[in-house]
Ligand binder design. Sequence first.
Ligand code: ADP
Ligand code: ZN
Ligand code: ZN
Length: 841
Amino acid sequence: MTTFVQVAVNVPLSGSGIYDYHLPEELEGRVKPGCLVIVPFGKRTVQGLALRLTGESAVPETRPVQTLVDDQPALTAEQMKLAQWMADETLSPLAACIELMLPPGLSQHTGTLYGLNSEKLPAAAVFTPLQNRLIDLLRQRGPLRDGQIDNALPKVRWREAAEPLLHKEILGSQPFLLPPTVQPKRARTVWLTAAPETLAERLEGVARPGSAALERRKAALRFLQGEALPVDVAWVKASSGATLADLQSLAEKDLVAFGETEVWRDPLEHMAPVVQQAPQLTGGQMEALERVRAGLRQMDPSNPPAPYLLHGVTGSGKTEIYLQAVAEALRQGRQAIILVPEISLTPQTVKRFLGRFPGQVGLVHSRLSPGERYDTWRRARSGQLSVIVGPRSALFTPLPRLGLIVVDECHDDSYYQDDQTPVYHAVQAALAYARITGSVVLLGSATPEIGLYYRAQREHWNLLELPERILAHRQILATQASQSGISMPELDNEGEAAFLPLPPVQVVDMRQELKAGNRSIFSRSLQDSLTQVLNAGQQAILFLNRRGSSTYVFCRECGHVLRCPRCDMPLTFHSDTNDLRCHICNYQRQMPAYCPQCRSTSIRQYGTGTERVESEVQKTFPNARTLRWDAETTRQKGSHEILLSHFSHHQADILIGTQMLAKGLDLPLVTLVGVVLADVGLNLPDYRTPERTFQLLTQVAGRAGRSPLGGRVILQTYRPDHYAIQFAAKHDYSGFLQHELAERRKIGYPPFSRLVRLELRQRDPASAEAEAHRMAEQLQVWMDQEGFTSTRIIGPAPCFFARQNGLYRWQILLRGPEPARLLRGKTLGEWRVAVDPTSLL
Ligand code: ADP
Ligand code: ZN
Ligand code: ZN
């Protein structure tokens, strides 16, 4: 009986991407679900993943599977379920989701090998010049891969020229799988084989007397004498000055022998972990941890515990709970995945995991070499790593006994992938994966996304709250206090922990500054505070929200922002046409001469960059040492770490930076955080801007006052009454939550509806616009046909970031109870689809 196998094939635009094949006799019993196979596809040979084996196929004639790449499945059964879930949920091809889980170097690697059959060459043939070049090339160099021919014959259509030659069998071609580009790293080793007596006898005879080689070889032998185990050749060379030729000569004389060991490329090599003991937990932490532990002990795959949402202000001891939850999972013989926002921005968190679980942590990192990733993948699969720490892609590391998934700073944008297929949210994927594997999922944040919090309440998740800020061990605080020459303040204590209040936040109304004649970008209050901080030898952070600055138009007298009369979204200024535009509905108008509210002429677009802030600081405080941390100064590899270490060693007084500053930094000398303009983010045309502004301000404010020196925050704004600013200033998450939920309910946006965004990118603006309108009409037809009466089409309109890499972007939004259902199984051509997009810009 034939065995059929369904294979997910990773070929762009191949519909569902799932095809039926059958197993040839020699592969019977060897191909298992999750195995990588090579299959014919059209005229090509491609790689695919075996999904299911069945006894029958709906396809009348199937082709055979060609090769089995590896007997061991590349994906676990749970990973295959997760891939399926992601494909359904994000409307992406299954193969694209599977691709996320394949180790680098094992994804698509097929090619074609071309060779010349010289005996078929006619004596006198009329070939085109290009055909002659191709024949000469293969004659000279032997069989070549298509990629090699591409390099040898650049910019010509040699494939077309090859067709007739293949037909006449003058050329032969053969599909094949390229070996994975990454191989395990092997180190050449060498060790001493001679006994000590022999060595002493023969030492002087290993080279010509008096030669330099004699000295080098003797040094190498003496070095190896002191080593009990085989030593890396490179190391011997470095410590003795011997060359490889020297060592080879010694091997010929049977004094040493060569060997090879597989070395793991360890990305953590350069990060020196500090082993830390777990502190005694506070009562609040204890209670939270106990509930997580109960979930971990339950571990019933058929009945996974409800998700945990840990809401705790910055510095409330969340990371300590993650650490102890991981310890519990390990005690249960299970493994853990810890997702963090980008690693270079959260080095302190990563170090704590390394220190607590030495030797057991694998790091997944966007800057790892493919070889390092491959090794981490294989070590995880073989059970040698129990804890994986990394950004969103770390979720796809194969762990056979997963028990815990932690998502730190779960509100962070980096968990959302929108630049390639599949467009997915790692928090949603983590929730699904926890259900599939029966694991505990623990999401933590000081500012959980309100849609998530709303869901946690409605679906009876485990809500854990840590309202108090722990600064550190009392002992560490006392040391810090005496080092900085201040007396230890009176603090609430519990065990080893000391509590410190959140820093006071002052909201400065910039309209009043203008009235008082201060035209600087710094308010008088911020200037005074900076002076104090500099005089006291402390540090300050100046934060600037770069996203979408310089584009909205507002009145500097009264703070009025120009909005679309139809959508109530801020209008965007376009300097090329000097007009204003709504990026939701495409409304356009001229730039007004007067403020429609107060008739002032001070109405203009806003624009301040980090350079401008830095030069203002230097003008006002010529002695202050400044450091800029923005996209420009951190372009180079490793520059985040360098800047951060520079600042934390007090080699600068004022750090001027953008969004990146909001991540988990802990800088004890920082006693002042100034937000140059708190309302910048509020003026983007997206329903989530109040929430994002609140999150950002709360996170940035959390950077101040993380030591007994105390601290304060100054928010400069033209809109001091805006609720996002008000609630952020009071550190009032639940107040904001209530208010924002009420707003969302009014406008019918998530979590009270769901969104799907369709986005188009094209080189030609006119054709992009035409296609956008065509698609909107098509969507309307589908909606009418299928009775989507409570779903609305919004747009089409150009995106807020209307051009990217020379392409014009247009978007259409669908809003309703379940808009994604409309698109399931439909062909959308070049439109990119984002289900539940996190941004509409
Ligand atoms: P979060 O992750 O919420 O920002 P952390 O876990 O980083 O908070 O805790 C903040 C600081 O308090 C850290 O320096 C941490 O080592 C320390 N800390 C946490 N829990 C305790 C405790 N129970 N006793 C003493 N120090 C603690
Ligand atoms: Zn005005
Ligand atoms: Zn509009």
